[in-house]
Every structure is written in structure tokens, then in C-alpha cells.
Design a protein around this ligand. Structure first.
Ligand SMILES: Cc1cc2nc3c(=O)[nH]c(=O)nc-3n(C[C@H](O)[C@H](O)[C@H](O)COP(=O)(O)OP(=O)(O)OC[C@H]3O[C@@H](n4cnc5c(N)ncnc54)[C@H](O)[C@@H]3O)c2cc1C
Length: 455
């Protein structure tokens, strides 16, 4: 290890942080999960990532690759291993010299450790945006590599649907470009297969022109939850694709089971009449108790993510719902969300542009899902354990009505989760690509695909 460490120190131009060093405590943890890695490596250039990957590969230690560090499963850190923290690779650059593609998009290059807040701020002066997520501090890396459901998902699809190319450092330390023309198998795999295939040092996206958007929430009494949710889902099926929406129930900061049902809306456009028309059916869903929808800059729509205090854990779980199961799933959620002991529940409407991409075009396979259900439970370990029976009971009831899961809102990554994230044909194809680019499974801290056997 000493000579490997000497080689790393010689070749690595970034920061190497070890236990006892100044800043180690903060560097060791990912945003949601504490850790005690032996080395946190902060590359400043692609060559540093190559040196870090070679060091990790020879060390036999666990390797975490950290983008924005927001993964619920805590893959962005570990105990006793190596963390490659990409936070210094965060450049955002419009690279087409102002010449849009035929569809009006502009090519944007983004460092593998950038956050969506950095992207939104950098693109706002150009009048551009990328369909991403709802939170500034979430990483472009983790969100994109597994999907990316944000406030433009019904209009422009998942974040990975806007990806044009990526540069990766693979397990052997090589720098590889993945795109439709170069390493197309890898390009397919990184659009849904998470961090299984290498360290993405930069992403190239097709960014869309954006105006200001109508954004806010329309709230209804908890007692109307069942009718509001069903009406909401029915309407979203035919609503304009400029409208993306999330329904929240049982918000712990607004009364838990008595909290209003909040229908969060983003209308992607600044035409007040069109927005009014799109939002009118939402406002007719029940007795409106609050309505704060207003026109704002897209960059202002994204919220800052909170870092939980030491000892506080966040348990997230999700499942995808196809059209046929929507009524029953929503009935169960409305009942659970208004009972005591409910977790916080969020239901995202999908469909639109996302659903028009063929299921095998990318490694994100669940294009048919109409809704994504997520629950969140937070607190010290005893609080989480106290909530677990109600949580398990809710997911047991939902199970027959779910068809797959989305990797990015799962705190767990066991075999069942991996099977839910990747349907069998997707997994088999990913395993073949994994064998080619990471045969020793160096990149294992993710919803892991094991290298396929030679046939
Ligand atoms: C507050 C909050 C809000 C969220 N909102 C949304 C939302 O609106 N929509 C949505 O779809 N998801 C959302 N998510 C989920 C989010 O997409 C996942 O947590 C995602 O994994 C975070 O990515 P990250 O880079 O910040 O995390 P990390 O923990 O750094 O990484 C997560 C995984 O991706 C891998 N990875 C990250 N970057 C790279 C890279 N450059 N190269 C290779 N592998 C990499 C890591 O190794 C790890 O396996 C939210 C999460 C939080 C905590």
C-alpha cells in the first residue's frame, strides 16, 4: 500500500484527506449518511481521477464515487475505504458557441461533480435549462445516471433523456467517451444503470430554452385526500405536458396525518392564460385552502437540500405505478396518509415525453409508469424503528399494485431492490456491458450489477 500511496501522491494533483487531517469530519460524510473512509480523494482534473481509480483498483478497499453526495443509500461514503469526491469538477459551459441544434437545444458540458443549483445558475443567463430534479444541492451525477425526475419531466423527459455524451474513467483508468457514436453500449448503460460503469468526469446535455415558469402549490384539506388524489391523477393523464405535478400528503411539518394535501405544480411557460387554463382543473379538485402559485425564474424553483443533524437518519422508499393500478394505489395512500404514524408521502406524476421513449432505448426501463410513490421517514434510529411497522405495512399493501422501482429514492440496495430497479432483460444487458468495462466490479457502491459470465 505504501508504494501505491507514494504513486498516488506523485500522480494526484488534488487533495488527499485522511483521518486526523483538517476538514476530515466534513469530507468523510455524504450529505445524508456518516462514514469513516481511510482516504477522501478530491480530484481537480481528469488525470487525477485516473490516478485515484488506479489507486483504488490496486488497493482492494471499498470505493465510493461521490457526486453531490445526496444518495439515500449512502453510497457516497464508506468505512475504511476510498471516496473519490468529484465536487471540484463542477464546471458548467455552453459549448456550441450560440448555435442551437435543429430542435432549438444548446449543447452544455457539465463537470461530473456539479450540482443542479450550479447548473441552473450558470444556464439562467443563457435562457436555458435542463430537465433535472427539484433540489439545488443534488448532484448531476447520481440523479442523471439513474434517471432524473424534475419539474420538466413531462415536457422533456428524464434528465438522462437530454444526455448526449459523457466522458468516463473506467475501471482500468482509461478515459472513454460514451455517446450514440462512441461506445454506444456504454452510453445505453449509463442512462439508467447508475454508477456501475466508471467515474463520469463530464456530461454533455442538450439544454432547452426556458422562460420563467408558474410554480407553487394548491392545497386541500386532508379529509378530501382520496377524491383529490384520484381527480389529480385522472387530470394529469390528459393535461398539457408543460404541467408537471407532485402530490404531497402527511407532511410532518404541517400536521402529519392532518396536513393538507399539497398539489405542487410547475407550468413550464410564462403565458398566464395557458397556465390558468392548465391549472383550473387542479383548483377544482376540492376545497382550496391555500394557493401560492406564481411566476418565477426556473432557477428559483429549485430548493436547497437540508443536511440532517448528526444521528438523524432519513429512510426513503419508492415504487412505480402503472395506469391500471393507479386507483387502488391512490386509495391505499389516501387512507394511510391520513392515519396516525404515516410517513411523509410524495406522489410524482410522470407520463408525457418520458413515456414516449421506448423501454429498451436506455437502461431506465420503466417508461410506462404513470406515478412514482415515495415515502420519507426521518429521525434518530429509535424513531425510525418506531415508525417501521407502519411503513412496512404500507409498502406491503402497495406491493401488488407496483411495477418496479426508481433507484434514486431507495435507501436500500438489496437483491429485491436491484430486481425492482432493473427488469430482467435490462439487467442481463447491463451485466454484459459491466463485464466489458468493469469486470472486477470495482464500482460496486450502487444498485449493483454484477459482471455477466462469458457465454
Ligand atoms: C433532498 C433531495 C431531493 C431530491 N430530489 C430529486 C428529484 O427531484 N428528482 C430525482 O429524480 N431525484 C431526486 N433525489 C434523489 C437523487 O436523484 C439521488 O439521491 C441521487 O443519487 C443523488 O445524486 P448525488 O450525485 O447527489 O449523490 P451521490 O450520493 O454522490 O451519488 C449517488 C450514486 O451515484 C453515483 N455517482 C454520482 N456521481 C457520479 C459520477 N459523476 N460518476 C459515476 N458515479 C456517480 C455514486 O457513486 C452513487 O452510487 C433527491 C434526493 C434528495 C436527498
Amino acid at each position: 500500500m505504501t508504494s501505491a500511496l507514494d504513486t498516488l501522491r506523485r500522480d494526484f494533483g488534488g487533495d488527499i484527506i485522511e483521518p486526523g487531517d483538517a476538514g476530515y469530519e466534513a469530507a468523510a460524510r455524504s450529505r445524508l449518511v456518516a462514514g469513516s473512509p481511510a482516504y477522501v480523494l478530491r480530484p481537480k482534473a481528469v488525470a487525477d481521477v485516473q490516478a485515484a481509480v488506479r489507486f483504488a483498483s490496486g488497493s482492494g478497499l471499498a470505493l465510493s464515487v461521490r457526486g453531490g453526495g445526496h444518495g439515500f443509500a449512502g453510497f457516497g461514503t464508506n468505512d475504511g475505504g476510498i471516496v473519490i469526491d468529484l465536487g471540484a469538477l463542477a464546471g458548467v459551459e455552453v459549448v456550441d458557441g450560440g448555435a442551437p441544434a435543429g430542435d432549438g437545444t444548446h449543447l452544455v458540458r457539465i463537470g461530473g461533480g456539479a450540482t443542479w443549483g450550479q447548473v441552473a445558475d450558470a444556464l439562467a443567463p443563457h435562457g436555458l435549462a435542463i430537465s433535472s430534479g427539484d433540489t439545488r444541492s443534488v448532484g448531476v451525477g447520481g440523479l442523471t445516471l439513474s434517471g432524473g425526475m424534475g419539474w420538466k419531466v413531462r415536457r422533456y423527459g428524464l434528465a438522462l433523456d437530454s444526455l448526449v455524451a459523457a466522458q468516463l474513467v473506467t475501471a482500468d483508468g482509461a478515459v472513454v467517451t460514451a455517446s450514440a457514436d462512441e461506445h454506444p453500449d456504454l452510453f445505453w448503460a449509463i442512462r439508467g444503470g447508475g454508477g456501475n460503469f466508471g467515474v463520469v468526469t463530464s456530461f454533455e446535455f442538450a439544454a432547452h430554452p426556458t422562460t420563467r415558469v408558474f410554480f407553487g402549490k394548491v392545497s386541500f384539506p386532508a379529509t378530501e385526500a382520496a377524491a383529490v388524489l384520484q381527480g389529480w391523477a385522472d387530470y394529469l393523464r390528459t393535461a398539457p405536458e408543460e404541467l408537471t405535478s407532485i402530490a404531497n400528503l402527511a407532511n410532518p411539518f404541517a400536521g402529519g396525518p392532518e396536513a393538507p394535501v399539497e398539489i405542487h405544480v410547475a407550468f413550464d411557460g410564462d403565458d398566464a392564460d395557458a397556465a390558468e387554463q392548465a391549472l383550473a382543473p387542479i383548483r377544482r379538485l376540492g376545497t382550496v385552502v391555500a394557493d401560492d402559485v406564481e411566476l418565477m425564474a426556473y432557477a428559483d424553483v429549485l430548493v436547497e437540500g437540508a443536511t440532517p443533524p448528526p444521528g438523524v437518519h432519513v429512510l426513503a422508499h419508492d415504487g412505480l405505478v402503472d395506469q391500471k393500478s393507479v386507483p387502488e394505489a391512490l386509495r391505499i395512500l389516501a387512507e394511510a396518509g391520513t392515519s396516525s404514524g404515516s410517513p411523509s408521502i410524495a406522489v410524482r406524476s410522470l407520463g408525457g415525453a418520458m413515456s414516449r421513449v421506448p423501454g429498451d432505448a436506455t437502461a431506465y426501463a420503466h417508461r410506462q409508469a404513470e406515478l412514482m410513490v415515495t415515502t420519507f421517514t426521518g429521525g434518530p434510529a429509535p424513531v425510525i424503528e418506531a415508525h417501521r411497522p407502519a411503513l412496512d405495512a404500507l409498502w406491503d399493501r402497495l406491493a401488488p399494485h407496483l411495477d418496479g422501482a426508481y433507484a434514486n429514492f431507495l435507501s436500500t440496495a438489496d437483491e429485491t431492490d436491484v430486481t425492482s430497479v432493473y427488469p430482467e432483460p435490462t439487467y442481463e444487458r447491463l451485466a454484459t456491458v459491466k463485464r466489458r468495462y468493469d469486470p472486477s466490479n470495482l464500482f460496486a457502491r450502487n444498485h449493483n450489477v454484477r459482471p455477466g459470465q462469458m457465454s
